[in-house]
Write a protein that binds this ligand. Sequence first.
Ligand code: AMP
Ligand code: MG
Length: 336
Amino acid sequence: MPDTRARRIAELIRPLRVKPGSKVNLAKDFDPRYKPGYLKKKDSADLLQTGITMLADYQRRLAAQDTYGVLLCLQALDAGGKDGTIRHVMSGVNPQGVQVTGFKVPSAEELDHDYLWRYACRLPGRGQIGIFNRSHYEEVLVVRVHPENLDRQKLPPGAKGKGVWDRRYREINDWERYLTDNGFKVVKLFLNLSKEEQRLRFLKRIDVPDRNWKFSAADVRERQRWDDYQKAFSQMLSATSTPWAPWYVVPADRKWFARICSAAVLVHTLIDIDPQYPEVSMERRRQLQAIGRDLEKEAPAGALTPSPAAGEPTAADRPRARAAATAGVAAADGHG
Ligand code: AMP
Ligand code: MG
């Protein structure tokens, strides 16, 4: 991984990171239209493609190593761009390594459990990237803005009185710390949309017939609670951006920029994990070569030499792996 690329990614996302312990006032601290001057829309397709390619490569290594998992939590107000972000950012990744879960109003079965249960049931396994389209953070957002949701959760009296939100922040932080300590990185993106851009996107959903299905009258009702949501988001960001799982506030008024930033945060996390293909011992390498010789002997006349699948790194592409293989040790790290 060239260091300059890693450095550029780190620089791009630094202003989006919520400093743990800081007090956030969303309206004042984060501009939904922010972008650095040097980034232009005409370069966005190439940049996003670079991110997508890097993600695909890292995801293969994550799966091969089978030690770490990544949980990406996406939060936004309606029309914030969660679906489009998932569609674009994950477009190059092997679907077997990714698991997307959307969270809606909880079912009767879900309400019969503790509030984190349904999220715990959908966590990614090792080697996987899990995406939460809405997440456990709804438990301190929609549930806070509409407290009747809390009544439906059948909590004992002591668990829903004063201090319930501070307790939930603490429980969520503890849960994420537990996951991180056990190999599961938690990445949190808040797609920060302006009220005017939301209005325009709703209008588009009404005006364009193919988008009508995306429009719901409930979304407009929620819009009337805009200020309550801004406050709930501000408090959530202040209380739950931690050193082990910081929040990133992604400016969401420009979809192309939001997608680049989302890919960048995810790639940044994977660079940090730096997953490696498992080392192959000299003994194992010798066994593989012996099996390979037997298979070669079975070749019918005129048989072709097998070539690797498209996109797979070959020994020839990877000088380090090739050198190691020649020496009889394939220390395949997959990144030449
Ligand atoms: P959508 O993501 O547009 O399909 O809508 C899902 C709906 O489910 C949104 O209105 C959310 O506010 C709502 N929702 C998600 N999680 C919860 C929750 N824990 N309690 C109540 N409503 C929720
Ligand atoms: Mg909706």
